[in-house]
Design a protein around this ligand. Structure first.
Ligand code: FES
Ligand SMILES: [Fe+2]
Length: 356
């Protein structure tokens, strides 16, 4: 892969950079995002700041620096930077060139997530952030998770775009049986300008292992509905419902249990990814064992995905000329990849209006 970075990432959009709880107790979180080293910290006022992690003087990591108020001091030669990255002090030197400083990135903390904008700061409109209300609604309980992938983020997007893989990758965790792949079909795929939606019903089946672990009526047959949306640049929301078998046809969902799931894929580099997620439940919310069991089941399931996807990345690295083949189940992910490529091209064109 020899492409220039600017051609592979969409820059003018919000990415999840951290969970809010990662920035406590004076943490200076060094995290590479879209191949840029960034340091994030919470200033004493509570404001979250994101700066280039590389000091403009000799390139020392600012993540090894010291938080002073809302500012950050490089602990190599002591230069101090404010929240907008401007150098405001050079020990032993009175004159500070007005333009001296490091890049500062727009950040917004919302629903326990820290969002970052890596593109043109003038376009960083917080209204463009995709909220996920269950994350801050007490009706839903879940635990925030993070995982690092040695794979390009689009392989994870591909994986989430298709429920058929539940049957084979997650037979013993999230899926249940291989039958799921044969018996169920996407009943709807909606292609939208910056996203797609898929819906899939699986009727009259055993509950999958992860759900069985948190319910008492383990042998009851269930109708399962998964409804998912994948948004640019790699944001996944899914509603899952397990209703007593027959509910899908009768329309009576009494006794249904529901889950809400968000997953955020943020490119670290072109071949590594930050993966943030939460899997929330709306039943027995007073029982933390259920929340924990679901969290552990998701980790188990995601490790199954990770092994497979990282294997895919290794094989792609070994032969970058390999061309993937599309089957019917790939309609949603093909739409997503096409849309993203189009948006990146448009962004490039806007950034270089004079280029041929
Ligand atoms: S490298 Fe940061 S002050 Fe010298
Ligand atoms: Fe999976």
């Amino acid at each position: 892969m020899t492409m220039d970075t600017s051609e592979i990432f969409l820059k003018n959009c919000w990415y999840v950079a951290a969970w809010g709880h990662e920035l406590v107790d004076g943490a200076k979180l060094a995290r590479t995002i879209l191949e840029k080293p960034v340091v994030m910290y919470r200033g004493e006022s509570g404001k979250v700041v994101a700066l280039d992690d590389r000091c403009c003087h000799r390139g020392a990591p600012l993540s090894m620096g010291r938080i002073e108020g809302d500012d950050l001091r490089c602990m190599y030669h002591g230069m101090k930077f404010n929240t907008s990255g401007k150098c405001i002090q050079i020990p032993g030197q009175d004159l500070i060139p007005p333009k001296l400083g490091v890049t500062s990135y727009p950040v917004v903390e919302r629903d326990h997530l820290v969002w970052i904008w890596m593109g043109d700061p003038a376009k960083a409109d917080p209204a463009l952030i995709l909220d996920y209300p269950p994350l801050s609604d007490p009706k839903w309980k879940g635990l925030p998770g993070y995982m690092h992938y040695d794979a390009n983020w689009l392989y994870i997007v591909d994986n989430l775009a298709d429920f058929a893989h539940l049957a084979f990758v997650h037979t013993k965790s999230l899926g249940g049986s291989e039958e799921y792949a044969y018996k169920t079909r996407h009943i709807a795929i909606e292609r939208l300008p910056r996203s797609f939606k898929v819906e899939r019903w699986n009727k009259d089946d055993d509950a999958p292992p992860y759900h069985k672990r948190v319910i008492s009526d383990k042998s009851a047959r269930v109708d399962r509905r998964n409804m998912a949306q994948m948004h640019i640049p790699g944001i996944f929301f899914m509603e899952t419902m397990f209703a007593p078998a027959g509910a899908a046809d009768s329309g009576n969902y009494e006794g249904a249990r529901q889950y809400r799931n968000c997953q955020y894929m943020t490119p670290e580099t072109r071949r590594t990814t930050h993966f943030f997620w939460n899997y929330l439940h709306d039943f027995d919310t007073g029982n933390p064992n259920i929340t924990l069991s679901l969290y552990n089941s998701m980790v188990e399931g995601f490790l199954e995905d990770k092994a497979l996807i990282e294997g895919q990345q290794r094989l792609m690295d070994a032969d970058p000329d390999f061309k993937m083949l599309a089957i019917g189940a790939d309609a949603a992910l093909s739409h997503f990849r096409w849309t993203l490529a189009k948006l990146i091209k448009e962004e490039q064109r806007e950034a270089q209006p004079l280029a041929a």
